[in-house]
Design a protein around this ligand. Structure first.
Ligand SMILES: Cc1cc2nc3c(=O)[nH]c(=O)nc-3n(C[C@H](O)[C@H](O)[C@H](O)COP(=O)(O)O)c2cc1C
Length: 186
């Protein structure tokens, strides 16, 4: 099984990364990591959007410009790790979403709406938060919508540890609870 690990963790002591490591260990399989801080993908601009539209119109999907989209579309399983930032996730991940959301590679439009073209049967999203994640969950909730309604990955699962930055919080206990959940549910 080819697992794509999309790593949007930034801090060297990242708790989100620790939780994701447990997920990857439980899954087994061949893991390819995309470390978003190292990749430093730029947001789309007038120049790059024009370039992309031209490549799509000419169906030049083998262009290096689409390497992230091809990799995402071809994975058997996807694990996304992103800390809960500003009620969602780091901008690094939004730039990655722009890079992978390519018509003709990860989805296509039909009269009945977008149809996903990704091979993955499942996507797992991992996060940790300083406080508590509100019900609308703009991090996982947003990525779940993309997975299910755009990329065609129906099965999604969410693991989290919350309240880690609350003064006096037992961080290790909260992490153990999340790690146990991974152990039991995967
Ligand atoms: C830039 C930034 C934004 C954050 N925004 C939120 C937030 O909106 N809600 C929240 O509960 N915690 C927020 N936090 C706290 C983090 O979610 C928390 O520390 C998390 O565990 C960080 O994950 P990490 O250990 O993997 O880096 C924020 C932290 C940073 C650095």
């Amino acid at each position: 099984m080819k697992i794509l690990f999309v790593n949007a963790c930034v801090r060297s002591e990242s708790r989100t990364y620790r939780l994701a490591e447990k997920v990857l260990q439980k899954l087994g399989g061949e893991v390819t990591e995309v470390n978003l801080e190292q990749e430093n993908i730029a947001p789309l601009t007038s120049h790059t959007l024009e370039k992309r539209s031209k490549l799509v119109a000419e169906k030049k999907y083998d262009d290096d410009f689409f390497r992230y989209a091809r990799q995402f579309a071809e994975a058997d399983m996807i694990v996304v790790a992103a800390p809960f930032w500003d009620f969602s996730f780091p901008a690094l991940l939004k730039c990655y979403i722009e890079a992978i959301s390519v018509v003709g590679l990860t989805f296509r439009y039909t009269e009945k709406g977008p149809v996903g073209m990704c091979r993955a049967k499942k996507l797992i999203y991992v996060t940790t938060a300083g406080g508590f994640i509100p019900e609308e969950n703009c991090g996982y909730g947003y990525f779940r919508s993309l997975a299910q309604k755009l990329y065609g990955i129906a099965d999604t699962q969410f693991f989290k540890a919350e309240g880690l930055d609350i003064v006096g919080a037992d961080v290790e206990a909260a992490m153990q609870k999340a790690l146990n959940e991974v152990e039991q549910k995967l």
